[in-house]
Design a protein around this ligand. Structure first.
Ligand SMILES: N[C@@H](CCC(=O)N[C@@H](CS)C(=O)NCC(=O)O)C(=O)O
Length: 385
């Protein structure tokens, strides 16, 4: 094993990666022993990636050798093994809010993407070096820059997939500043989104707020100048302790009586108003696709090109008055399906509370969507059941 300790979880990922940030923070706060390795690690290349059949990060290898890809699946897998403290709050309102924010922050990286790739004067050297170093951690400047450039070109090419054109830049910035202002007030009173314990929504929020917005040079300074408490929260989300110095006497528990802070409701409301139409279009396009593929056996992978998270077609939305053309994503529908399953499992009175809360936050339409055929994952790819 050449000095490698395999008695704990290995997290394969990188500091510049959106989804690794969510997972690293989760592992730290849950007190799960782990080591982190870059995607250039020999075991990742020879065993982990070929087994997962995935080109994404992060991927974990658990102590027993089980290899798990996709942060949602990773969290489900680890929650079953390490249930305390739970990342799902107990009450139906808080849980629904946490599930929704997990979906929203995990499935929409546009704000983070914008602040990384559209401020290249400030960011280029740092981002290219970071990308390069995840492939050649101790490489020379030239080598690191060459690798970094290759990856940077691929990532920056997502602009058209995401529909990010110059007309949309100010809207994405407006959305980000709203997040900062709302969260800055929130973290004055509360250590985490739902009180004294970090939930799945807190970890999902680390997706945008750490690797891009809290670390790349341009947005880092936006955050530090405008929202110092948010910056401190991000810093603390990477520390192993649950209790932060600022909240030393705050109970390590979710807020009582299933309370959802008004700031969280506000974030949900804004997100639903901005993006529900996109998810409606995804659901409609998927329904067309299902109709066009009536005889597919259960377990069939959706993408003919073997893509793991294929788009379902072109969408056109209007985001705060500005038209946007982008690929309609299918993956959020798989995450939405989980929320609908969770809702089905509630008692009638809990379901009523959750539904009332959804209406209050403008999430009624979203929760009214149903994927036309049940989605599953096969070989780490979206498939039909
Ligand atoms: N749904 C996946 C998404 C993971 C993902 O897209 N990771 C990015 C890095 S942050 C990636 O590997 N991208 C590679 C690519 O798009 O080719 C998850 O939750 O883990």
């Amino acid at each position: 094993m050449s000095g490698e300790d395999r008695r704990m979880v290995t997290l394969y990922g990188s500091y510049a990666s959106y989804y690794t940030a969510k997972t690293r923070s989760y592992l730290r706060k849950k007190g799960i022993p782990f080591v982190e390795r870059p995607p250039s690690h020999p075991r990742f290349r020879s065993v982990v990636r070929p087994t997962a059949e995935s080109k994404r990060i992060p991927i974990i290898e658990d102590a027993d050798g089980l290899i798990v890809q996709d942060t949602t699946v990773i969290f489900d897998h680890l929650e079953a093994r390490y249930p305390d403290p739970p990342t799902t709050p107990p009450g139906p309102q808080q849980s629904l809010a946490a599930y929704l924010l997990d979906l929203f922050f995990s499935e929409n990286s546009k704000v983070a993407w914008h602040y990384r790739w559209n401020f290249m004067e400030a960011n280029a050297h740092f981002v290219r070096t970071e990308f390069g170093r995840s492939f050649s951690p101790r490489g020379s400047d030239e080598e690191v820059d060459r690798y970094g450039g290759l990856i940077a070109d691929r990532m920056s090419g997502y602009a058209s997939v995401f529909g990010i054109t110059p007309e949309i830049f100010p809207v994405l910035e407006e959305i980000y500043l709203e997040w900062l202002d709302t969260l800055e007030q929130h973290f004055r009173e509360l250590p985490y989104l739902f009180g004294g314990l970090p939930s799945m929504a807190d970890f999902a929020l680390m997706g945008p707020l750490f690797a891009h917005l809290g670390r790349d040079p341009y947005p880092l300074h936006v955050m530090q100048r405008r929202a110092p408490r948010v910056f401190r929260w991000v810093e603390h989300m990477n520390a192993p302790e649950i209790v932060s110095p600022e909240f030393w006497d705050y109970p390590q528990a979710y807020l009582e009586q299933d309370e959802v802070p008004s700031s969280v409701k506000e974030m949900l409301r804004r997100y639903c108003s901005d993006w529900t139409d996109l998810y409606k279009q995804s659901a409609r396009l998927f329904s067309d696709w299902v109709e066009a593929h009536p005889d597919l056996p259960s377990g069939s992978v959706i993408s003919e090109a073997d893509l793991d998270q294929p788009p379902v077609g072109p969408a056109r939305i209007v985001l705060r008055g500005r038209p946007m053309e982008l690929n309609a994503p299918l993956h959020p529908l798989w995450m939405l399906q989980r929320i609908l399953d969770w809702r089905e499992g509630l008692s009638p009175s809990e379901r009523e509370q959750a539904d009332r809360f959804a209406l209050e936050c403008g999430a009624g339409d979203l929760l009214g969507l149903r994927p036309a055929r049940r989605l599953t994952r096969v070989r780490n790819r979206l498939a039909v059941l």
